[in-house]
Ligand binder design. Structure first.
Ligand SMILES: O=C(CO)[C@H](O)[C@H](O)COP(=O)(O)O
Length: 407
C-alpha cells in the first residue's frame, strides 16, 4: 500500500487578518497538514509573509507528534536562495521545508561558489541534507516548465539524508491561488509514482472539484487546495438563503417537543431562527394553551423539521449546495478515506460522503421522516412525495432525480 492520503489546505486563500483562527479551524475540520505558501516577490511575482508570521500561526496549531503527522506545517518556499532561510523557518515552527529545485540550482552560491556570503548548501542534495540536519523534513518542488527528469538523480541518491521526503509537482505556475489546474503536469506525477511507490507526492494548484480525483489517480497522495476550500460558499448559507426565498409561503414547523405549527414564513436567518405569522398549532387539543398565539419566533435549535410545499423547492439550488458539500466531503472530511479498489495510490473514495451539511432522503409517506441507513447523527431531514422536510444540523444525501454523487 502506498503512502497515506494527506489533506493540506493552502492558507494562501485564507483571511490573513485572522490567520491563526483560520488555521486552527481547518485543522478541526479534518486537515492533516497546513500548506503555508512563502513568496518573496522574486522567485514568484507575488509576496506573502515570512518566518515571523509562521511563528505566530504555529501557536494556533498543535505540533505533529511524529514526522509528517497531523499538524505538519508544510512550508512551500517560493523564494530565491532557499538555503538562507532554513534556520529561521525551523525556529518558526516549520516541519516540512519544501524548496524549489529551480531556486536551489540558480542560487548565488550555486552559480558563484566563491561567494563568501552564502553557504555551500545550495545544490538540491546538499540543501536537503542541511534541512534534515536542522531537524525538518525536506521537500523539493518543481514548476510546470521543469521536467521531472531532474529529480531522478536526487531521488536515487544512496545517501538517505540527501533524499527528499516529498516531491511537490506544481499544477499551476506558482505565485497565485485560484488558477486553472494544469492536467499537463500529471504525467510527472505518474512517472514519480511508478518509480517510487512509497514517496509522498504533493500536487498544488487548481485542485478542487473534478481535479482532485485526476491528481489522485495519477498517484498524488498529498493534495493542496486553497481557493476551493477557503473560497467555497458555505453550503449552510446556501440553504439558509434558500429558506429566505420562501418568505410569505405557508410552512409547517415541527419542534423537537413534537408540537407542529403551521404559519406564514416571515423571516429566517442562518441559524434557522424562524418568524411565523398567522400561526395555527396543529394538534391543538394537545396544546390548548397555544390557541391564542398568532405570531411566533422559533429558535432554530428547537426545530426538528420544516415542512415546505414541494412546488417551492428549488432543486437546482440545493443540488448546487450538494455539490459544494460533496467537494468539501471529498476534501476536508476524507482524511482517512478508503482506497479505491484497484487503484492503490488513489486516496479518495468519493462515493462515501460524510458531509456536515444537508442530508435529504426520499422516504415513503409512512416513514414520517425517520430515515434509515445513515450515520453521523443530524438526521432531521427527509423528503416525502409531497414535502421536503428539513431540520437543523442537516446533512445532504440526495434528492431523487438529482445527482448527488460527489464529483
Ligand atoms: O502555491 C500556490 C500558488 O503558488 C498555492 O498553494 C496554490 O495555488 C493553491 O491555491 P489554489 O488551490 O487556489 O490553486
Amino acid at each position: 500500500m502506498g503512502p497515506p492520503a494527506i489533506i493540506a489546505p493552502s492558507i494562501l486563500s485564507a483571511d490573513f487578518a485572522t490567520l491563526g483562527a483560520e488555521c486552527s479551524a481547518k485543522m478541526h475540520e479534518g486537515a492533516d497538514w497546513l500548506h503555508v505558501d512563502i513568496m518573496d516577490g522574486h522567485f514568484v511575482p507575488n509576496m506573502t509573509f515570512g518566518a515571523p508570521v509562521v511563528t505566530k500561526i504555529r501557536s494556533h496549531v498543535a505540533r505533529p507528534s511524529q514526522p509528517l503527522g497531523t499538524g505538519t506545517f508544510d512550508c512551500h518556499l517560493m523564494i530565491m536562495e532557499p538555503h538562507r532561510w532554513v534556520k529561521d523557518f525551523k525556529k518558526a515552527g516549520c516541519d516540512l521545508y519544501c524548496f524549489h529545485y529551480e531556486a536551489a540550482v540558480s542560487s548565488v552560491a550555486a552559480t558563484e561558489p566563491a561567494d563568501k556570503t552564502t553557504t555551500r548548501r545550495t545544490s538540491p542534495k546538499e540543501l536537503i541534507r542541511y534541512i534534515h540536519e536542522e531537524g525538518m523534513q525536506a521537500g523539493i518542488a518543481i514548476k510546470p516548465d521543469t521536467p521531472v527528469d531532474v529529480l531522478w538523480d536526487i531521488l536515487g541518491n544512496k545517501e538517505e539524508i540527501e533524499r527528499p521526503d516529498m516531491v511537490l509537482v506544481m499544477t499551476v505556475y506558482p505565485g497565485f491561488g485560484g488558477q486553472k489546474f494544469m492536467a499537463s503536469e500529471l504525467p510527472k506525477v505518474k512517472a514519480l509514482r511508478e518509480r517510487y511507490p512509497n514517496l509522498n507526492i504533493e500536487v498544488d494548484g487548481g485542485l478542487g472539484l473534478g481535479t482532485i480525483d485526476q491528481a489522485a489517480d495519477a498517484g498524488a497522495n498529498v493534495i493542496v487546495a486553497g481557493s476551493a476550500v477557503f473560497g467555497a460558499q458555505d453550503p449552510k448559507d446556501v440553504i439558509a438563503n434558500f429558506f429566505k426565498t420562501l418568505t410569505n409561503q405557508t410552512v409547517t414547523v415541527e419542534l423537537k417537543n413534537d408540537i407542529r405549527i403551521r404559519g406564514t414564513l416571515k423571516s429566517v436567518d442562518q441559524y434557522l431562527n424562524i418568524k411565523l405569522d398567522d400561526v395555527d398549532v396543529l394538534d391543538l387539543d394537545k396544546y390548548p394553551h397555544l390557541s391564542s398565539v398568532k405570531n411566533m419566533f422559533i429558535r432554530g435549535s428547537v426545530v426538528r423539521y420544516v415542512v415546505l410545499p414541494r412546488s417551492e423547492v428549488d432543486v437546482g439550488l440545493l443540488e448546487d449546495a450538494t455539490r459544494r458539500g460533496s467537494l468539501w466531503d471529498a476534501y476536508a472530511w476524507m482524511q482517512k478515506p478508503p482506497i479505491k479498489p484497484g487503484k492503490l495510490d488513489s486516496p479518495f473514495n468519493t462515493q462515501n460522503t460524510y458531509g456536515p451539511f444537508l442530508r435529504v432522503n426520499y422516504t415513503d409517506e409512512n416513514n414520517n421522516g425517520n430515515q434509515t441507513g445513515h450515520d453521523g447523527g443530524n438526521r432531521d431531514t427527509s423528503v416525502s412525495d409531497d414535502h421536503l422536510l428539513m431540520g437543523k444540523g442537516m446533512q445532504w444525501d440526495g434528492i431523487e432525480g438529482v445527482d448527488c454523487t460527489p464529483m
